[in-house]
Design a protein around this ligand. Structure first.
Ligand code: GLY
Length: 400
């Protein structure tokens, strides 16, 4: 009798132990994270309402909010995240704030001095148009797309990223792959093949010149404006010219995944798969799957992580998992799931009311530039929320 009771108690404790160790279902992780995102961003919107024309950017070292004007490259992410939260909640409060913050970016449609118009206008107006069908948003974006293609350099075959600087005549950064979704939207909307040709030319030239044999990417490739030849392969935000700056690798992965979606060209799928394999098999990608700020940072494991690189990579891997065979897709999704679980943990996810109303902690803007080091950033928040919604969609459609 006593032995039986002891066995029952042991079985009961084992069941409880197994239940306690089981990770929470992804539905719950997503729900909890989006609940935090909602609370943080409503409060952020209330703060920003009092600061006309400005958008949130980050926190300074004292924890004070740093804002940016609409011409800073990250201006579209806050409105974009508000649109995602409107899509999730269908709460008019989010829609109204999203409209108000989106309007603050409008004048950038005339900005011909930057390649970042995709980030600025497509995350904001693009999501707004997708969700509301507001025709005036379409006009803003078409003007913006016209501005962006003035930076295409036919001799080089790429859109110029930055104006010449540091001795670079025509610098093109890997981040620029992220502007192509905007131009592919303009192609689909107008039927004007100039947009398509520019996107394909930029993507092909970037495959040719930006990637090393192991499919890591340089950050900056600069071209001679007269000959169109490569004049330098270097870094601006990475550890060294030959290192793999983490966010740049994520931008490349995301960019080629989008270009495959938009064109159906197999070479872009192959490129995205090669980049994904380089990243997920990298010996310096930690167990929790949030990259160090550079895969070759010298003091790993004593280096800062970049939550933004993790969030962008998760969102890209979720999309890419839908374009490959089942086994490969599962491999990508397992990494993305781990990334989302890590970002949803107290280490990265803000407690409501803290973290200056941003959603995620621990991103790195530019460590060599000593700017935005180990701080919240609006683009980490944007791609985190996007990835949560993408994963939620897969669950809803029972694709996982
Ligand atoms: N596009 C700039 C960055 O990723 O920091």
């Amino acid at each position: 009798m006593i032995i039986n009771d002891i066995i029952k108690v042991i079985v009961l404790f084992s069941v409880i132990a197994v239940a306690c160790n089981r990770p929470a279902p992804m539905e719950k992780v997503i729900e909890k994270s989006l609940a935090v995102a909602e609370k943080q961003y409503i409060q952020m919107a209330e703060v920003m309402k009092q600061k006309p024309d400005l958008l949130p950017r980050t926190l300074d070292t004292a924890g004070n909010l740093v804002t940016a004007k609409s011409n800073w490259w990250t201006a579209g992410f806050f409105p974009g995240t508000l649109w995602y939260l409107y899509e999730y909640t269908r709460d008019e409060k989010f829609r109204d704030y999203a409209r108000e913050m989106t309007a603050r970016v409008e004048k950038e449609k005339f900005n011909r001095g930057t390649h970042d118009l995709g980030f600025m206008l497509y995350c904001s107006f693009g999501n707004g148009f997708r969700l509301t069908g507001d025709e005036s948003y379409k006009d803003v974006m078409l003007t913006g797309a016209q501005s962006l293609i003035t930076r295409f350099r036919p001799k080089v075959g790429c859109i110029q990223s930055w104006n010449s600087r540091r001795g670079w005549q025509c610098p093109v950064i890997i981040d620029n792959m992220m502007n192509l979704e905007f131009l592919m939207w303009a192609f689909k909307t107008t039927g004007d093949s100039v947009y398509y040709k520019i996107c394909v030319s930029h993507s092909d030239t970037t495959i040719k010149n930006h990637f090393r044999p192991d499919y890591s990417t340089w950050h900056v490739v600069s071209y001679d404006t007269i000959t169109g030849k490569v004049e330098a392969k270097q870094t601006a935000q990475g550890y060294s010219d030959e290192s793999a700056w983490a966010r740049g690798q994520s931008w490349g992965l995301y960019g080629y995944t989008v270009m495959y979606r938009e064109t159906g060209l197999e070479r872009y799928l192959e490129q995205a798969k090669h980049i994904a394999d380089f990243l997920i098999n990298h010996p310096n990608l930690p167990e929790d799957k949030i990259p160090y700020w550079d895969y070759n940072a010298p003091n790993i494991p004593n280096e800062l992580r970049d939550a933004s690189a993790g969030a962008i990579m998760a969102s890209a891997l979720i999309e890419l998992s839908g374009y490959v065979d089942k086994e490969t897709g599962k491999k990508y999704l397992d990494v993305a799931e781990k990334q989302l679980r890590t970002l949803a943990s107290p280490e990265y996810l803000a407690k409501p009311g803290e973290n200056g109303n941003f959603i995620l902690k621990h991103s790195v803007g530019s460590l060599p530039g000593k700017s935005e080091v180990d701080v919240p950033l609006t683009y980490a928040d944007y791609y985190f929320v996007e990835a949560l919604l993408r994963y939620k969609n897969l669950l809803k459609n029972q694709q996982i």
